[in-house]
Ligand binder design. Structure first.
Ligand code: RP5
Length: 163
């Protein structure tokens, strides 16, 4: 039986990025959005990146979440080869705590946008939520789940500092 392509592709430069990027997957799971994760390195597997990015739209993906650390070319290179929205997650690097990743991903030249999230886990989580928000533009049921998620999040914030 042919398996259907999920709407979100989560790509990352290394398996070592997964502890961060899994937070995008968890956010998507919570919102009932399908995803697929792949290791695709701009530096170590450039042909895999070319094949993935040039074929992503035809494969049926709608949004790409791309996480990388250090000289993080992956989101920008992916964005250069597809018109799908690319959400970039700067993975925290050892040497520079992810500042290198953030600047590499955010400072795209005009014409090839990458929507850049925060460094690390919060960025990955928000990339998952943002991908769902993009998909919800044409999916009322998902829009309802997002509204419920926001409401629950708001209700969980108590005004008092003690129980
Ligand atoms: C980048 O280099 C990856 O995205 C990762 O964040 C970083 C380190 O990769 P490993 O040396 O752990 O494979 O390409």
């Amino acid at each position: 039986m042919a398996t259907q392509t999920p709407p979100v592709a989560i790509i990352m430069g290394s398996r070592s990025d997964w502890p961060t990027m899994k937070h995008a997957a968890e956010a998507l799971d919570r919102l009932g959005v399908g995803w697929e994760a792949k290791v695709v390195s701009a530096h170590r597997t450039p042909k895999r990146l070319f094949d993935f990015a040039t074929g992503a739209r035809a494969a049926g993906y709608k949004v790409i979440i791309a996480g990388a650390g250090g000289a993080a070319h992956l989101p920008g290179m992916a964005a250069s080869m597809t018109e799908l929205p690319v959400l970039g997650v700067p993975v925290e690097s050892k040497a520079l705590k992810g500042m290198d990743s953030l600047l590499s991903i955010a400072q795209m030249p005009g014409g090839v946008p990458v929507a850049t999230l925060a460094i690390g886990e919060p960025g990955a989580k928000n990339a998952g939520i943002l991908a769902a928000q993009i998909l919800a533009l044409s999916d009322e049921v998902l829009a309802g789940r997002l509204a419920a998620f926001r409401e629950a999040q708001t209700e969980a914030v108590h005004e008092t500092v003690e129980d």
